[in-house]
Structures are given as C-alpha cells and as structure tokens.
Design a protein around this ligand. Structure first.
Ligand code: ADP
Ligand code: MG
Length: 389
C-alpha cells in the first residue's frame, strides 16, 4: 500500500504540477458473504470490505474547478462546481461529478480541487468499484474542504449519486459497507432501518477467496429491474393475503409456506428466495459469532442454489466456479456474489488449501468455458478513510 501511495503522489506532481502538498484517502471494494438481492427488499445482508481499493491524492486549487485524473483510464476531466451536468462522454468522471453535486445539494460547501485516482478493484466485476469511487470522492471532497460527514450519511449520499446522477437503481448495501466497514469484521446490515452490527471475522486459518468469471455481465441491468418489479408484485400479493407488508422482509418463511399456492409461479419463486435468504443471513450471524464455519458454509451453498434455481440470476460460469469450489478439500462453502449473470463467486477456504484450490479450479474452469478466471485472496478491511504514511 505504501508503495502505491508514494507512486500515486509522484504521479500527482507530474499531472497537476501545482506544487501543493496532497492528502491521501482510500475506499475499498466489497464482497457480500450472504444476503443477495435482499437489500432492495428491505432485508438483511452481510458484506465485508476487502483488501482491494481505490486511492486518491488531492489538494485544493483555490478556485471553483475540480480537475480529476484516473490512472486506470489515463484521462483528465474538468468541471466547475457551479455547473455540474451528466455527460456521457465523461464516463467514469460522472461518478465524481455526481458526488460533488449531491454533497452540495445537501448544503455542504465544497472547494475546488485536483484529485488523482488509482484503483486495483477489478472494474465491472461485481466488487463494486463504482460505489468505491463514489464514496472515495465524497470522502475526498469533504476532507479537503474541511467538512465532516458521518460515514452513514456519506453512504446514503453516494447511493443517491448512483441512483439519481448515474441512473442505476441500486440498494444501499455497497455504499454502506464501503463507507462504514471495519477491519476484521463483516457487517450485518438491516437495509430497511440501516441498523447494523459489526461481526468479528477473525480466522487465522481461513481466507475469503473471490473468483472472477471474467464474463461480461450483459443481462444484469434489465434482469435486475425485472427482479425488482417481480418482488414488488410479491409485496402486493402478500398485502392482499396478510396485510401490513411493506417489503418482502415482512413475510416469514412460515407465512410464505402457508400462502405460496396463491402466488403465480414466477412471483412465488422470487419471493421464496428473498424470504429464505433473509432468514439465512440471520442464521449466518449466529454461526459467525460461534465460529461455526461449517454451518456458515452450508448457508452459502443454500444461498447459491436458491439464486440459481429460484431467483434465476446465476449463469453457467458462476455455477461452474461454485461447483468446482465445492469439490475441493478445505472449502467450507461457496456461492455467487453480487447481482449475478457473471461477476464473481465467493468461497471460504482453509489457508493451507488455497494454492491448490486456485490451480485446480483455474484448470477445470478453463476447460469448461475457454475463459481464464481470476482469484483474489481477501481479508476484511476498513471502510473509506484517510491514509497517513
Ligand atoms: P462494479 O461496481 O461492479 O465494479 P460498475 O460498472 O458499476 O461495476 O462500475 C465500474 C465503473 O466505475 C467503471 O467503469 C468506472 O466508470 C468507475 N470506476 C471504478 N474504479 C475506477 C477508477 N479507479 N478510476 C476511475 N473510475 C473508476
Ligand atoms: Mg457498480
């Protein structure tokens, strides 16, 4: 990390040559251990922030302009704080413009600045590099401008930027964990009232291993929107049957079993996933607290099967990564993570077995799909923060 920050600061001087002393910030990617497609249903999730992140180097300019450069895109973009508009050709720059806008709309006074970004979160792979760059730019704007924004509020503002400025109808999970994560903990989050609990995730002999299918997530946007609609339909149906249902989170598995025959098939399957997934997250918290990774891993497998068969958001590549993982020694559990249709899976693997795990799955996956997967060995890390070398 230290080396990366030094290199970033060297590049800052080269690109902006303003002679200013910079400050550095970071925001991590995230992986969701369990609780998939529950966030926008007012339910429960258990993500953790990971040891892959986006870094920034920034200093004030003395005017009302923001100049941003991303090492990953090798491009500089400029905008004035009193004239922020979405422009398609600005691509990644829109995330940063969106953050500046929501901060100012909320009444925060932001000053002009130069910011350099560099990240090692794989882009568009489901580890939420977009939420990382949103939260990071929010943190950078606030700190350089000398304003304090609580982590929970920063998460909500980042979600607002993604919803309203970028136009992606995401839930709160990604921005929340990226903003509030704590080293050595997973986060148990209630996505309805945003109450949360840090749950220690400290296992000397276990890694969280993320496998990237390297498959483009082509269908994800349209399918995501149709799943949201199907869940809304489920809420309407359950309201007729039970009354008082605001989100699928309000229906227990018992109530579901008693009334499922009244639902059309697709609605029934979607609801079954969400309702049982919420219950799995609550069980997962209990197992994590009692350090019972066997049982935790079994829940991960159930979650995957439910996402594959009931919610129908997996794909062949994800199923192969999970199937192969479950054949390996030293694996507690494995499941797809993120929205689906590509992206990543997540497995809990004994450290001693990780090397073999990666080699064997890479072989098998390549044979079956003609794609080369990537693996990231992950640890639970802090959310967005300043880095002082
Ligand atoms: P995901 O959030 O799953 O990684 P998205 O498509 O939602 O995928 O977000 C990826 C986008 O986020 C990138 O195309 C880019 O616009 C922006 N982004 C992520 N990391 C960086 C970075 N280091 N520099 C600039 N933009 C970034
Ligand atoms: Mg994203």
């Amino acid at each position: 990390m230290e080396q990366r920050v030094k290199e970033l600061n060297r590049k800052y001087k080269e690109i902006f040559s303003d002679g200013n002393k910079v400050r550095n910030f970071q925001a991590p990617g995230r992986v969701n251990l369990i609780g998939e497609h529950t966030d926008y249903n007012g339910g429960f999730v258990m993500p953790m922030a990971i040891n892959r992140n986006v870094l920034s180097a920034a200093a004030p300019r003395g005017d009302n302009e923001v100049h941003i450069h991303s090492v990953n895109f090798d491009k500089t973009i400029q905008f004035k704080l009193n004239n922020i508009e979405y422009r398609k050709e600005d691509g990644w720059g829109n995330y940063i413009k969106g953050m500046a806008k929501v901060l100012m709309d909320k009444g925060y006074k932001i000053c002009g600045m130069n910011i350099l970004f560099e990240g090692d979160i794989p882009l568009a792979s489901g580890l939420s590099s977009s939420a990382a760059i949103e939260v990071l730019s929010g943190k950078t704007f606030a700190m350089i401008s000398g304003v304090e924004i609580p982590a929970e509020e920063l998460a909500l503002l980042a979600q607002k930027a993604e919803n309203e400025f970028i136009g992606v109808n995401c839930g709160i999970m990604d921005q929340y964990i990226i903003s509030t994560g704590k080293k050595n903990n997973a986060l148990f989050l209630d996505c309805r009232d945003l109450s949360s609990e840090q749950v220690p995730f400290i296992f000397d002999d276990v890694y969280v291993v993320i496998g990237n299918t390297k498959k483009e997530r082509g269908l994800v946007d349209s399918e995501y929107n149709s799943r949201r609609k199907e869940c809304e339909h489920g809420v309407k149906e359950f309201n007729k049957i039970l009354g008082g249902v605001k989100d699928l989170r309000d229906v227990t598995s018992r109530q579901f079993e008693e009334s499922k025959d009244k639902l059309p098939e697709i609605t029934r399957k979607r609801c079954q996933h969400v309702i049982y997934e919420d219950e799995r997250v609550k069980k997962a918290v209990k197992y994590l607290k009692s350090k019972d990774l066997e049982s935790f891993g079994n829940l991960m497998v159930e979650s995957h099967e439910s996402l594959r068969d009931l919610y129908e958001v997996s794909c062949r590549e994800l199923d192969i990564l999970v199937e192969e993982a479950l054949k390996m020694d030293g694996v507690f559990g494995s499941r797809m993570t993120g929205a689906g249709f590509g992206g990543c899976n997540v497995s809990l693997v004994l450290k001693d077995h990780v090397e073999k795990f990666i080699v064997l799955i890479t072989e098998a996956y390549k044979k079956k799909t003609s794609r080369k997967p990537e693996f990231y060995i992950c640890t639970p890390e802090d959310g967005a923060k300043e880095i002082v070398l």
